[in-house]
Design a protein around this ligand. Structure first.
Ligand code: ZN
Length: 224
């Protein structure tokens, strides 16, 4: 399960126009955008209080009962800090600026849930826990990769040219570009990790009934 929350912080830095013409001031700006996409990996928390049935209901999806002995829930949090650094000609309202964008990514909550029924087999419980922790590792590594890739792509594009236009719309246009283009791009990059999650689950499906001396059918009988 993956869902997203966005927090947006905005600040506009705009230097007052001096005596020099706007073009001269614009050319004097250091020629670069600043783009940073930072991911802080999280440690997973464990909840083993729910029944397999409750886990299955919460997952809201069909599937073999053994798939709901363990669940990993991850929500990617995104905090965006956008600034513009440049000059405005107060007479004409024209402005030039370089964008300074920081996107902080974190995963919260990152929760591993193990079905209560696993109490009946420490071996199977450890096996399922290990499987869920591999999902956690895939999630953290995938978000890290996505952050690095997004940073490269945004930096390449935002460095192509200085922003130039009406001072009242520069920030709005930049916000729109981030919301409509780059945050969906982030979703796509994060979704590239889905193949690894699917491959892990396919492997689990092949071995689930043979691990721990084939204890799984006994555990499944205890699920109501
Ligand atoms: Zn799995």
């Amino acid at each position: 399960m993956r869902s997203y929350a966005i927090a947006v912080a905005l600040a506009l830095l705009s230097g007052a126009s001096g005596a020099a013409p706007l073009e001269v001031l614009c050319n004097s700006l250091p020629p670069a955008a600043e783009v940073r996409v930072l991911f802080a990996p999280s440690a997973a928390q464990l909840d083993d209080s729910k029944s397999a049935r409750d886990l299955r209901l919460a997952a809201d999806e069909e599937g073999a009962a053994f798939r709901h002995l363990g669940v990993t829930r991850a929500t990617l949090q995104r905090e965006l800090d956008i600034r513009l650094e440049g000059y405005t000609d107060e007479r004409t309202g024209r402005a030039c600026a370089w964008p300074k964008v920081q996107l902080h990514l974190s995963v919260s909550p990152l929760l591993v849930e193990l079905a209560r029924e696993l109490e009946g087999s420490p071996c199977l419980r450890a096996h399922v826990f290990n499987h869920e922790m591999q999902h956690v590792a895939i999630y953290n590594a995938g978000a890290q990769r996505a952050a690095a890739q997004l940073e490269r792509e945004m930096r390449a594009e935002l460095n192509q040219h200085q922003l130039d236009g009406d001072s009242s719309t520069l920030m709005r246009d930049l916000r729109e570009q981030l919301a409509q283009r780059w945050l969906p791009r982030l979703d796509d990059l994060v979704a590239e990790g889905n193949r690894e999650h699917d491959a892990l689950d396919a492997a689990e499906e092949r071995q689930a009934f043979s691990v721990c001396n084939g204890v799984l059918p006994q555990i499944l009988k205890t699920i109501r």
